[in-house]
Design a protein around this ligand. Sequence first.
Ligand code: BGC
Length: 348
Amino acid sequence: MRAVTVVPGVPNSLRLLDDWPEPPPEEGPILVEALAVGVCGTDQEIISGGYGEAPPGQERLVLGHESLGRVLEDPTGTLQPGDLVAGVVRNPDPVPCANCAVDQWDMCRNGRYTEHGIKGLPGFARDRWRLSPKFAVRLDPALGSVGMLLEPASVVAKAWDHIERIGRRAEWEPKTVLVTGAGPIGLLAALLASQRGLSVHVLDRAPGGAKPDLVRALGATYHACAVHELDLSPDVVIECTGAPTVVLEAMGKAGPSGIVCLTGVSSGGRRITFDAGALNRELVLENNVVFGSVNAGRRHWDLAAEALARADQSWLTSLITRRVPVAAYREAYTPTGHDIKVVLDFAQ
Ligand code: BGC
């Protein structure tokens, strides 16, 4: 069968192979046919050789962690043939640590977790894959063309869950949220904010194109300026660019008792100078919290599936700016500069 693969650590080793072995039974009892995978910045980093790890004893890693498939068979009866399904990205560490032991693998404490298509587990960019029920998330049948957005949605469902838990340290009635970055994560964070009835502001450097319209369609306000130029005192800031200057400005932007959630994985290596004392003073005097958030536990996947089912399906569809058939896979991994979400289509 077909599989999109790389040799981790080796730049330009991206290949579509058509003799990849069928998924072995040890992967799980649920057999799934791939419909699509989404492409994200992490895939680009793996392709450039800067990230990623093949399964033990193997040279190649199958890419793809934003999955959408259709169940072919499930002898456990958890899912029915024909059901739409997405696979959870992270598997708990083998020890396991206290968090992995209770299915909170997103909070793994010893770093020995594995991730499909990223770290030590084959990804979903292959014609068929297998899953255990615990890692299989059923999707509403209406999400047939956009279900690969569940993975990025799970990441923001976790971010919101943790923001709300932190908020409960005191009386907290958030009204205004600022999201920096209008890529898939930023737009989905804004969607979940609008579903919470908050006043939503999204900042991005793109002055035009699809992003302003997608933001306004949520009833939110779009800003194409620097964070410090905004006349806002948000209760929540969700940083989704990972760009050093934006991250720093976002950290100082929350209002009193405000919470700043950082979700962007920066590549590092770029140095900027900043006034650490002034930032510290602001955080302390305003009881602000700045925290990082990555990945998603099982509960967040279920919350994300509900959020996507409640969303406007045509809005979700507009997030997907290109659908590339597997045969032209290289195009999917070549950024154009205008993309929001690119999808590799296994069904075409
Ligand atoms: C994925 C996460 C993953 C993280 C780090 C992100 O692109 O969405 O699921 O935990 O990369 O590997």
